[in-house]
Design a protein around this ligand. Structure first.
Ligand SMILES: Cc1cc2nc3c(=O)[nH]c(=O)nc-3n(C[C@H](O)[C@H](O)[C@H](O)COP(=O)(O)O)c2cc1C
Length: 357
């Protein structure tokens, strides 16, 4: 058996393979942050294609936690019911459903990209963003530096969101601690200029993100896996780096985090990101080698043999695919064929499984 199609069990959840769909914003929720037919069809098609895990996009734990006014949320009953329709469908295709719980912090309060992604003021449907700092991200609105009450309220919203994710039928939560969003804003010295116990040393900068993760782990059923997506490096002098990530991951492990999804970048607009094939996969390998935690590689994985090889080389334990899934939502079916692996197709698609006609 190939490694890409070897099942993986984490806590009480068994994934049928290791070809997983990365979280990808769709900017297609309604004004109340409720997902609809677009999400059902798009996420559902990944399940039809036999992805082992379908990870839904960055989803706000409260209205101000969304990136844009078109991003989904998981704070209301209406949102939970809409997500349930989607997780039910995914489960019907023998796939697993994940949700990325997110708070965008200062990189937020925008219109949808389809409307120009303009920064929105409070009077235009936007909001005053929250962050570790009162300094804006380049081109965005000026945030309020969070006080203790803001942090406590946000932690409570994350915990409620975790309970809602369970009610909505999700099998996995991934915390968004990457790409310059709120948790990463606290972690990175490039966006955390605090002088209280939440700024300065790495212990202080980790304090708020770790409190969030602790609250989510406590609110989320013990038999369901918890993942964290991190930016392993800021790709900038004086920024967060792999050594910091190793320290952070060891603390996350103590809190009951099961898997690290190793991404990078996002803290500042002009980071020097190499963007070569495997540039991020080598970072996943470093985190895995130095911590021993289950690790996901992501970034420019497009070919079946490439995915298989990186698993064989023990660079990571699973692969998340983003843009390749946009191009080819049934990619795992193609990958299985190319690797000579027999997997069960949905009955409705089976006539396509011969590849010779
Ligand atoms: C359209 C789009 C939306 C994305 N939205 C998210 C998101 O919601 N959360 C996140 O952590 N990463 C997001 N990403 C990053 C992807 O999850 C992935 O890490 C990145 O695209 C690199 O993988 P790839 O080369 O396979 O596309 C997004 C990427 C794309 C292309």
């Amino acid at each position: 058996m190939t490694l890409l199609f070897e099942p993986l069990k984490i806590r009480g959840v068994e994934f049928s393979n290791r070809a997983w769909v990365a979280p990808m914003c769709q900017y297609s929720a309604d004004v109340n942050g409720v997902v609809g037919d677009w999400h059902l069809v798009t996420l559902g098609s990944y399940a039809n294609g036999r992805a082992g895990l379908v990870m839904a996009e960055a989803t706000g734990v409260n209205p101000e936690g969304r990136i844009s006014i078109a991003c989904p949320g998981i704070w209301s009953e209406e949102q939970v019911a809409a997500w349930r329709r989607i997780t039910d469908y995914i489960h019907g295709q023998d796939s697993k459903a994940g949700i990325q719980l997110a708070h965008a912090g200062r990189k937020a309060s925008t219109d949808a990209p389809a409307n120009g992604a303009k920064v929105l003021e409070p009077g235009e449907g936007g909001w005053i963003t929250l962050s570790a700092t009162a300094k804006p991200f380049t081109g965005m609105g000026t945030p309020k530096a969070m006080d203790q009450a803001d942090m406590d309220a946000t932690i409570a919203d994350f915990a409620t969101a975790a309970k809602n994710a369970d009610k909505a039928g999700f099998d996995v939560i991934e915390m968004h601690s990457a790409h310059g969003y709120l948790m990463h804003q606290f972690l990175s010295p490039l966006s955390n200029d605090r002088t209280d116990e939440y700024g300065g040393s790495i212990e202080n900068r980790m304090r708020f993100p770790l409190a969030v993760v602790k609250a989510v782990r406590e609110a989320w059923p013990h038999d369901k896996p918890l993942f964290v997506r991190i930016s392993t490096t800021d790709w900038a002098d004086g920024g967060w780096g792999v050594d910091d990530s190793v320290v952070y991951v060891k603390e996350l492990e103590k809190l009951g985090v099961d898997l690290i999804d190793a991404s990078s970048g996002g803290a500042i607009i002009d980071a020097k990101i190499p963007n070569e094939v495997n540039y991020q996969i080598d970072l996943a390998e470093q985190v895995k080698a130095q911590t021993g935690i289950l690790t996901a590689a992501v970034g420019r994985i497009t070919q079946a043999q490439q995915a298989e090889q990186l698993l064989e080389d023990q660079k990571a334990d699973v692969c998340f695919l983003g843009r390749q899934m946009l191009r080819d939502p049934h990619w795992p079916l193609r990958a299985a064929h190319e690797l000579g692996e027999k997997i069960r197709w949905a009955t409705q698609l089976r006539a396509g499984s011969g590849w010779t006609n």
